[in-house]
Design a protein. Structure first.
Length: 135
């Protein structure tokens, strides 16, 4: 399994679920089937990641909110950036994946899918979360 590709697929599915507000478990199965994902490890990673993010969503959103610049709210942040931040925070805090790896890959996804400022914004929020987590 290519973790980078699996992370990108998990992001795309998470973004879709966030936008449609649909049943996550049903959407996971449809996404895997429609995108012809056959690698069992990738399927497991995607399922575990989406279900884990949904399980800890309230705590993850609190992490995002408390690390935004003063005057910013979640409603002001693009849904792409929120989805990328949720993915990164889940992997760093709950899956204990090294933050340097996660931040690097999520910033690359932000360059690909976000706007011109996404990578800087996401890097700043995640750096703040890591700093607070390690202090």
């Amino acid at each position: 399994m290519n973790r980078t590709l699996a992370r990108e697929e998990a992001f795309k599915l998470l973004y879709s679920i966030e936008m449609q507000q649909d049943n996550a478990e049903e959407q996971i199965e449809l996404y895997i089937e429609n995108n012809e994902i056959t690698d069992e490890k990738m399927k497991k990673y995607i399922k575990d990641t989406i279900i884990g993010i949904r399980e800890y969503e309230e705590e993850i959103e609190k992490q995002i909110s408390s690390n935004l610049k003063e005057g910013w709210t979640l409603q002001r942040v693009s849904q792409i950036n929120i989805s990328l931040l949720k993915l990164a925070i889940y992997e760093i805090i709950y899956k204990k994946i090294p933050y340097k790896v996660v931040i690097n890959e999520v910033v690359e996804l932000a360059k690909k899918y976000g706007d011109d400022n996404s990578r800087i914004f996401i890097n700043g929020v995640l750096a703040s979360i890591v700093k607070n987590k390690n202090s």
